[in-house]
Write a protein that binds this ligand. Sequence first.
Ligand code: GLU
Length: 486
Amino acid sequence: MIKTRFAPSPTGYLHVGGARTALYSYLFARQQKGHFVVRIEDTDLERSTVEFMKGQLADLKWLGFQYQEGIDPDTLEDVGPNRPYKQSERLAIYREYADKLLKEGRAYYCFLTDEEISVQREAAIKASRPPQVNSPYRDMPLAEAEKKIAAGEKAVVRFKVPDLTREYSFIDLVRGEVKFPSDMVGDFVCLRSGGMPVYNFCCVIDDALMQMTHVFRAEEHLSNTLRQMMLYEALGFKLPQFAHLSIILGADKQKLSKRHGATSVNEYKENGFLPEAMCNFLALLGWSSPKGQEVLSMDELIEQFSTDRLNSAAAVFDEVKLKWVNAQHLRALPHAELWSRLAPFFAQAGLKMPTDADWQDRSLSVFKTSMETLKDAVELYRPLSTDALVIHDEAKETLGWPTSKAVITEWKNQIASQKEDYLSEAQFLAVQDAVKAACGVKGKELFMPIRVAVVGKPHGAELKILIPLLNKKIILERADIVLARI
Ligand code: GLU
């Protein structure tokens, strides 16, 4: 069975680059009817937090990725046969494999101190040699090293690179044959002196024990892959297939970072992007649809995804395109569904919206083409909030004009005489004409007081769009509030 995984370190929020890695892993597993696993790589105890883990799991859930094994985003419980899925809870497993390597002479206890290592490094750099550790403990008999440890000395477990002259290569699903020059890495640490494993070591053990067949990860891990290949070999594990995904750049062609604005999935969620649009957009950062589609549903992504269309060139994160993709998904949603996605944004902005489904449907037909994100709806709908009208300072001048009171009074009378709860655009224009005739005013002296009576300020959205969405009762209440101020 095909198995993929996403293995985030909970040292920050879920970054869009991480989300793309998770997405490809998920799409591939779904398409191949395999399993997708989420494993938490939290061996960096200083930087890992439970809050970050919860946040990342919640973001993965929001994006719509279901997984067969991993940590449940709601209960935080381990689910699946290879539990636990948090590396900090798997230390005994890593110890067992470190002992195996030690016993077989494929790893050794190294007692070099940090200072000794930096002296070696500096000397190597000066002599233009690769900065690799040359440990005098490489061939120390295990029993002797164990005695030193029993006596309280501190040691790391260092992997003994079997053959420094050998060239390693593998076939990457994105970049084809990848060759590592010999001499690229020296003996490297597997377990730190406190017993904490380093990433390369626990990653290999977990990927092997959890039977991963395909590993998707960022390009920056390529150099780790060499160390991992050595470990796979030494431990007698089968190598999975690797896909090292291209780097993501900002619009200025620099590596995407905070400087470019939002980079965490959560920020996009809060800014009103839809998870299906996020997945669509992220999928196209380094992959393209064989049908040339730019707008794809999750089902279409699952159906069309293939590793042979992964692009090794850097991808550019284009916010304008993301907004466009979001707008396409947003406008395609059934109105009831779109409304339920908008509701939290209205609530957060303190807007009170009519609960009548027909009204909601009608309003969306008017406004959705002006929205690119859910958040855009807040300003569009603000004038329709059913709470009391707020009269803005900028309305003062208009209300001070000698004809304004008459205009608003006539406006109110005309509205009161309408039979239906809602006016059509034509009815509104007719009312406006009637006010004009009755008060003998035109131009801004006519339009601006009416606008203040409806939205509390003399400028803003077009009344012919708003009025058909405002209940007659509300229009009258608002006119009263304004008249009480004159
Ligand atoms: N924890 C690693 C990271 O977040 C995972 C790398 C991998 O997928 O092997 O970059």
